[in-house]
Ligand binder design. Structure first.
Ligand code: UDP
Length: 314
């Protein structure tokens, strides 16, 4: 059988680069694409010498052209941290809307199956807990997170429209907080912030009183779920995440204990506007449809991630 060719947008980003690794390992020909506004070529530098990897430095909000056959598209390009989308609100809206439209068009021309990266942010500050896929969410369209949340909601809507109207093969994954090596140190998200502060012996910046909760999934588990979803025949959104929920205060304590730097401590900062109070994925659908569930507990995932941050934080 001819080698399968897959386009991965956001290839130089945290999750995108891990997906490149996985599909290379599975024997696919991987075409990475990224405009590098938040991605980092270091994440995929090791792939450049390979024959079955190529890379385009391109902004997918503009017309996307890829020569040759294409069997699959994974759309993972977007700023993804609250700080980034505050800094780049228009790009965030464009990549989720115009970028997705371009890729759906490309998928149609190539008769490719497309999987788009959606997010737990479609649930906003959720009034249902844990969040299952049938919950419609509680999103403030004009708040600081609206640019990301609404772009992703639009992305889901246009993806479903291409499926129903054009019969395109589409998949939608709703990704909950994910962590692991290659997260950007300064991306402002809680795990890179806490690790770099703990390693440098600074105060870990807890926003608000730290009673808000999140549930953290190790990146290899997420990638396995995405791999299974792409090969499945399921078109409705599927949550992927680790249901093990903790408060941000507990999370800070765990990282302090792991890094064990006597100079590090805790400082409190104001809670950002519209920061969701609680978040936990309901993963029954993923279990049933994909036979998937996370395999890394937080301790083993954090140990692997710490090894990475020790190398990149100075
Ligand atoms: N947070 C924090 N200190 C930080 C960064 C984030 O207390 O330095 C909190 C933030 O307010 C949120 C949680 O950690 O409640 C997760 O934030 P993150 O930016 O990682 O992602 P989110 O899940 O909010 O998209």
């Amino acid at each position: 059988m001819a080698q399968k060719r897959i386009l991965i947008t956001g290839a130089a980003g945290f999750i995108g680069s891990h997906l490149c690794d996985r599909y290379i390992k599975e024997g696919y020909h991987v075409i990475g694409m990224d405009n590098l506004i938040t991605g980092n070529l270091e994440n995929i530098a090791h792939l450049f010498p390979l024959e079955n990897f190529e890379f385009y430095h391109h902004d997918i909000s503009k017309f996307v052209f890829v020569p040759g056959d294409l069997h699959y598209i994974l759309h993972f390009a977007s700023p993804a941290s609250p700080i980034d989308y505050l800094k780049m609100p228009i790009q965030t809206l464009k990549v989720g809307s115009l970028g997705t439209h371009n890729l759906l068009g490309l998928a149609r021309v190539k008769k490719a199956r497309i999987l788009i990266a959606s997010t737990s942010e479609v649930y906003g500050d959720p009034l249902v807990h844990p969040q299952h896929e049938e919950y419609w969410g509680n999103v403030n369209p004009i708040g600081p997170r609206g640019v990301y949340d609404e772009a992703k909601r639009f992305q889901e809507a246009i993806t479903m429209a291409y499926h129903t109207y054009h019969g395109l093969e589409t998949r939608i994954v709703r990704i909950f907080n994910t962590y692991g090596p290659r997260m950007r140190v300064e991306d402002g998200r809680v795990l890179p912030a806490f690790f770099s502060q703990a390693i440098k012996g600074e105060g870990l910046t807890i926003f608000g009183d730290g009673s808000q909760t999140r549930s953290f999934c190790y990146v290899d588990d997420l990638v396995e779920g995405i791999f299974r979803l792409l090969l499945s025949d399921y078109v409705l959104p599927v949550n992927l995440g680790n249901p093990d929920e903790i408060t941000i205060k507990q999370f800070a304590d765990e990282i302090l204990a792991l890094v064990n730097n006597p100079k590090a401590g805790i400082v409190n900062r104001p809670l950002p506007v519209d920061d969701p109070k609680q978040r936990q994925p309901d993963i029954r659908r993923a279990k049933e449809i994909l036979g998937w569930e996370p395999t890394y507990d937080r301790r083993s995932g954090l140990l692997l991630t710490y090894e990475y941050f020790k190398q990149v934080v100075h």
